[in-house]
Design a protein around this ligand. Structure first.
Ligand code: HEM
Length: 492
């Protein structure tokens, strides 16, 4: 055996108990004591190691999206989009790429019920030949805020009250009463879609706009959409209480059991494509993440399919240690100037260096499956085997060269240094269109959730009036219905 090649794995398990260092353990039942009833000896190394390991089993949970479930499978290109992007994994129909997907809830802790009203995360890690590509999305196509600087406050408002440790609706209604940009997202969260039946029956969205670049360097703004082949299904609030009461991991179980039974979940990937020269042609800013792009103008174009056909081997290694990051892209895919995406580019890797340590990308689930090389090395828990003598660049002894240049957006960016808002706020039009697209019974269900949120006794009259004014600007009859159910006479 080459000791340098040996990596810890249950495949190398001994047939008898050992310490972590491999020494035989002859008794895993009784501690080493002085006599049969005396105190335990500190020299019981195995006992101390066992308890010390146990004491450290938990790592910090994700600051958001702590609760989740993962599964593995593949992505297959079904339609030729090589004219839009030079991404190798999208090069031609039939090309398959291994993936791992993590679904999640957002607000509550690692062990919280999966039946709560909350957006769901939908993250896909593509292990491509040109490195990993992480598509870190949600099950709703828009977001609450359009500038990442508001994200920590937004999360604080949704998370439990720091005093009572209970999520309280008055805090949510108070915070967002300052932010009418959130209305569109609330027409998703407070709608039926706010409680998906499970992870298989929901859509996914890249949410932020990204850029595709083709071989010639031509740019396209794009949005990603995942559509489940088994359709979208949701739970009513009453069903959610029942389902969550019976099993707080119902969605994890559903995913695991259906893959185990050979009923493989599948999604089709579509993109919307915008010519960057057309960005100013709309009454909204296409880089504003609170907006959807009209599908009649930018229709969904099919790209491929995602099939989840393998359960994970280990929850800790493939769910807790997995690290997704919207900054992890491949040649042919680039960010856009969407302000919210720009903050996300920084935030995830920063969180993961804290949560998992500086070498988190060496963890098997995160490491690229393609060859990779650089001189970022050492640090806490580095376990990469290296035997080269040159760890600097450039060097006449090291043949490693720069990669071929690939296209990145080359448009000129200029302007005065400033803290700006997006000009075309247009906060009310799209939520109004969405509300009016609901069937009457869906509108009623939506209104009852809106009213439930505003009925929290700590929501003040002032906050209720503001919300009624917002909902009235979304749709007059919606505002009137909310006002009448809350017994409030708005002066609008
Ligand atoms: C500026 C706004 C945002 C910031 C600063 C932010 C930050 C974060 C952070 C720090 C994490 C935890 C990462 C970890 O510890 O591994 C996270 C997770 C996540 N975020 Fe965001 N986020 C933002 C907006 C969004 C948006 C718009 C989406 C949807 C497109 C989204 C989807 C997700 C998902 C799906 C995860 C969980 C990834 C996983 O499964 O591990 N986030 N976010």
């Amino acid at each position: 055996m080459d000791p340098n090649k040996h990596r810890p794995s249950s495949a190398f398990d001994s047939s008898y108990w050992t310490t972590n260092a491999g020494a035989p353990v002859w008794n895993n039942n009784s501690s080493l004591t002085v006599g049969s009833r005396g105190p335990i000896l500190l020299e019981d190394y195995h006992l101390v190691e066992k308890i010390a390991n146990f004491d450290r089993e938990r790592i910090p949970e994700r600051v958001v999206h702590a609760r989740g479930a993962s599964a593995k499978g593949f992505f297959e290109v079904t339609h030729d989009i090589a004219h839009l992007t030079c991404a190798d994994f999208l090069r031609a129909p039939g090309v398959q790429t291994p993936v791992i997907v993590r679904f999640s809830t957002v607000v509550h802790e690692r062990g919280s019920p999966e039946s709560l009203r909350d957006p769901r995360g939908f993250s896909v890690k593509f292990y491509t030949r040109e490195g990993n590509f992480d598509m870190v999305g949600n099950n709703m196509p828009v977001f609450f805020v359009r500038d990442g600087i508001k994200f920590p406050d937004m999360v604080h408002a949704f998370k439990p009250n720091p005093k009572s440790n209970v999520q309280e609706k008055w805090r949510i209604m108070d915070f967002f009463s300052h932010l009418p940009e959130s209305l569109h997202m609330f027409t998703f969260l407070l709608d039926d879609l706010g409680i998906p039946q499970d992870y298989r029956h929901m859509e996914g969205f890249g949410v932020n706009a990204y850029t595709f670049l083709n071989k010639a360097g031509k740019e396209y703004l794009i949005k990603f959409h995942w559509k489940p082949t088994c359709g979208v299904k949701c739970l009513s609030p009453a069903e959610a209480i029942k389902v969550g009461g019976a099993n707080h991991s119902h969605a994890t179980k559903d995913l695991y059991d259906s893959i185990g039974a050979g009923n493989f979940p599948e999604w089709k990937l579509f993109i919307q494509v915008m010519d960057p020269d057309h960005q100013d042609k709309f009454d909204f800013d296409p880089l504003d993440v609170t907006k959807t792009w009209p599908e009649d103008i930018m229709p969904l174009q099919p790209v491929g399919r995602l099939v989840l056909n393998r359960n994970i081997d280990n929850f800790f290694g493939e769910n807790e240690q997995i690290a997704f990051c919207p900054a992890i892209v491949v040649p042919g895919v680039y960010y856009s100037n969407d302000k919210l995406l720009q903050s996300r580019i920084f935030s995830y890797a920063d969180a993961q260096r804290h949560r998992l340590g500086p070498n988190y990308l060496q963890l098997p689930v995160n490491a690229p499956k393609s060859p990779h090389h650089n001189n970022h090395h050492d640090g806490l828990m580095n376990f990469m085997h290296r035997d080269e003598e040159v760890n600097y660049f450039p060097s006449r002894f090291d043949p490693v060269r720069h990669a071929e240049k690939y296209p990145i957006p080359d448009s000129v960016v200029s302007g005065r240094r400033d803290k700006c808002v997006i000009d075309k706020e247009n906060n009310f039009k799209q939520p109004g269109e969405r509300y009016r697209s609901f069937s009457p019974d869906r509108q009623d269900r939506f209104i009852s959730v809106v009213v439930d949120f505003l009925s929290d006794p700590r929501v003040t009259h002032e906050i209720r009036i503001i919300w009624i004014s917002y909902w009235s600007q979304v749709d007059k009859s919606l505002g009137q219905k909310v006002a009448s159910l809350l017994h409030v006479k708005p002066n609008i």
